[in-house]
Design a protein around this ligand. Structure first.
Ligand SMILES: [Zn+2]
Length: 225
């Protein structure tokens, strides 16, 4: 279950962005985000190695969350893959990363009714052309046959990139930045994101879901830093 509310105008803008990116790639060919080989955002060789990285699940306690775990530390190949996936358009990595998430989730005993990605604000979504966490949550939900919705949790104001902020700045940056639909009432929700650092974003998302009556909120990320 997922709802597509892209307007025709948005789709045209994204198509124009993709066409511009194609031209830029023609003049400046992309190279692998890990080994530097020219022609691929993330080459097949590194993609195969990515699938071989063992799970190194770590759990963390964060306010508003009934459980939080990541599939490995944010370094090396996993870090480079997430960088390419999030910022360089390497959306083809979604499958390998979602496979890690599914494997980690199957080791938890979390009862999940609904999978929800950490949302982007509209301007960031337009700039990037996709929400990396939404791609992951769709694949996880499809693989494990769980409902998913990217519509039931929204980022209601713009926020700065968390990576450049101190811990206290991160907290203020995302405070009250999310709003959930009343349709999460009574549901146990799994939040999906690419990386967790302090957990500020996940805590705020979970707070918004709980405010609308979510019975439990868990969170799963590809990496932790
Ligand atoms: Zn490579």
């Amino acid at each position: 279950m997922s709802v597509n509310t892209e307007s025709g105008a948005q789709q045209l803008e994204w198509q124009a962005t993709r066409a511009a990116n194609w031209l830029i790639d023609l003049v400046f060919p992309p190279c692998c985000g890990h080994c530097g080989r020219v022609d691929f955002r993330f080459c097949d060789c590194c993609r195969r190695k990515l699938a071989l990285i063992a799970l190194d699940i770590s759990a963390r306690s964060v306010e508003n969350l009934d459980g939080l775990c990541a599939t490995g530390p944010h370094r090396g190949l996993l870090q480079d893959a997430l960088q390419a996936f999030k910022y360089e358009g390497a959306t083809g990595l979604a499958g390998a990363l979602a496979t890690r998430l599914c494997a980690a989730l199957q080791r938890q005993s979390w009862p999940i009714d609904l999978v929800v990605p950490v949302p982007l604000f509209a301007d960031r979504l337009q700039e990037r052309g996709y929400n990396q966490s939404q791609l992951l949550s769709q694949l996880v939900a499809e693989t494990l046959d769980i409902n998913s919705s990217a519509e039931w949790l929204a980022r209601i104001r713009g926020t700065r990139r968390q990576a450049r902020l101190s811990q206290s700045e991160r907290h203020m940056n995302v405070k009250d930045a999310f709003s959930a639909s009343a349709r999460v009432n009574g549901l146990s929700v799994l939040l999906i994101d690419d990386v967790v650092t302090t957990g500020s974003t996940l805590r705020e998302c979970a707070g918004a879901l709980r405010a609308q009556g979510a019975s439990a909120v868990f969170a799963l990320t590809v990496s932790h830093s």
